[in-house]
Design a protein around this ligand. Structure first.
Ligand code: HEC
Length: 104
């Protein structure tokens, strides 16, 4: 259950459905984002050490989700770590959905 208040330093919440349930995959995605990505990309993807990820550019660079899954798995350039051995495929898929559907 998500009862915490939404401070500017916490990642955007998942919408809650009429019956009070939220999408479990998106919840996983948010948890992965908070733990592994927010430190570089900002809690809401506003950017920092890593690129801004909440300005829609992600859909131009990676129009298909596969490209996004791939860059998270293998990393990019000097700064973006490869997460393929740290996160499961399910976690990578979940955080990709969180980026595309919640941060976008
Ligand atoms: C240690 C800091 C760091 C962490 C942690 C990190 N990133 Fe990155 N990320 C970067 C940097 C720096 C770049 C830019 C790499 C480049 O373009 O050379 C980047 C690039 C990206 C890109 C590609 C953007 C583009 O323009 O192609 C995506 C997508 C991304 N990160 C997602 C994630 C996700 C999801 C996580 C967590 C699972 C994560 N990052 C964790 C630093 C980080």
């Amino acid at each position: 259950m998500i009862l915490s208040s939404c401070g500017s330093s916490s990642a955007p919440q998942i919408p809650v459905g009429p019956n009070g349930e939220s999408d479990t995959e998106l919840s996983t995605g948010r948890a992965v984002w908070t733990k592994h990505c927010a430190s570089c990309h900002g809690s809401s993807g506003q950017g920092g050490r890593g690129h801004k990820l909440n300005d829609g550019e992600i859909f131009r660079i990676y129009p298909e989700v596969d490209g996004l899954l791939n860059v998270i798995s293998v990393g990019k350039g000097q700064g973006m770590p490869a997460f393929g051995s740290k996160l499961s495929d399910e976690e990578i898929a979940a955080v990709s959905r969180y980026i595309r559907e919640i941060l976008n």
